[in-house]
Ligand binder design. Structure first.
Ligand code: NDP
Length: 278
């Protein structure tokens, strides 16, 4: 059996470290505060928002919940964000995506002050990440770096292959692996001979959004595999983009779904909230 990279345990460890830091902040009279905005009541978004609020409560971060009606206008949402940008008590602003179709996500992301952009989606945050300046890191890729480091996986000098080039996972993942001195290749739907490329990977990160797409023939013997995908199958069970059962004898370490990358995304959001105060 491969080494199972336990995202639940690692995220719990990070949350514990943050709780200690926030307790010390509170002793100095500083209470970190995150504003969480949800527009409409999409059930999946409600689950994510609740999990974020619970994590805040555990660590000691105050959370302000804004549950807006589905027909909230773009201008109303922009006005609320501008008000929160000015509110000195608020350290971080999170707008749960996706937004209803009549609201332009890019406009909303760009309205959030880069100083409070705890999701790390603002072009300023992305630019800082690109040139290696201080700034908020995208939560899922930053969580993957923590998973690798805290599991003792060396990134420096390794062949790292990312399958998927989305703005929230694939592209920022490439930047963060480069920062760690990995040799990075990014593959996508137009890549020719994907198997040949993934078979070079010492570290393979998969974020394509297709259940069990990556099978043993895509993987080099002994590779470390990080599965970002998350899907619910016909029996209502969760699975990833990697066929875990098929690849498990070939890899040296792998993240499970659930319990791998998922818990890390929230842990890194909490890290960004504390960073906003620091
Ligand atoms: P997107 O749909 O935005 O991007 C998918 C990427 O995969 C695209 O770049 C696409 O290429 C590429 N792709 C699609 N099919 C293939 C293929 N056959 N071969 C090679 N590349 C392909 O997805 P996200 O990045 O947002 O998410 C990916 C998965 O990760 C989803 O299952 C999502 O639910 C999950 N996720 C999990 C998170 C967590 O916290 N655990 C957080 C974020 C996402 P192209 O650009 O050419 O179209």
């Amino acid at each position: 059996m491969p080494y199972i990279i336990d995202g639940k345990a690692i995220s719990a460890q990070i949350k514990e470290e943050l709780k200690t830091e926030v307790t010390a902040m509170k002793e100095r009279g500083i209470v970190p505060c995150l504003a969480v905005i949800q527009v409409g009541n999409d059930p999946a978004s409600s689950v994510y928002v609740n999990n974020k609020k619970k994590a805040c409560a555990y660590i000691g971060i105050e959370s302000l919940a804004y549950e807006l009606d589905e027909c909230t206008t773009q201008q109303e949402l922009v006005s609320l964000i501008e008000e929160l940008n000015q509110n000195e008590k608020v350290n971080g602003i999170l707008v749960q995506l996706p937004l209803p179709k009549h609201i332009d996500e890019d406009t909303i992301i760009q309205t959030i002050s880069p100083k409070k952009d705890v999701d790390g989606f603002h072009p300023m945050s992305v630019g800082n990440m690109c040139i290696g300046s201080k700034g908020f890191l995208s939560c899922t890729p930053a969580g993957i770096i923590q998973l690798l480091k805290r599991s003792g996986v060396v990134i420096e000098g390794k062949e790292c292959v990312i399958v998927g080039r989305s703005n929230i996972v694939g592209k920022p993942m490439a930047l963060l692996l480069l920062r760690e001195n990995g040799t990075v290749t990014v593959a996508h739907s137009r890549t020719k001979d994907l198997k040949e490329i993934t078979n070079r990977a010492d570290i393979l990160i998969v974020a394509i959004g297709k259940p069990k797409f990556i099978t043993a023939d895509y993987i080099k013997e002994g590779a470390v595999v990080i599965d970002v995908g998350i899907h619910r199958n016909a029996e209502n069970k969760l699975c990833g983009d990697v066929d875990f059962e098929d690849v498990k004898e070939k890899v040296s370490a792998i993240t499970p779904v659930p319990g791998g990358v998922g818990p890390m995304t929230i842990a890194m959001l909490m890290e960004n909230c504390v960073e906003a105060v620091r």
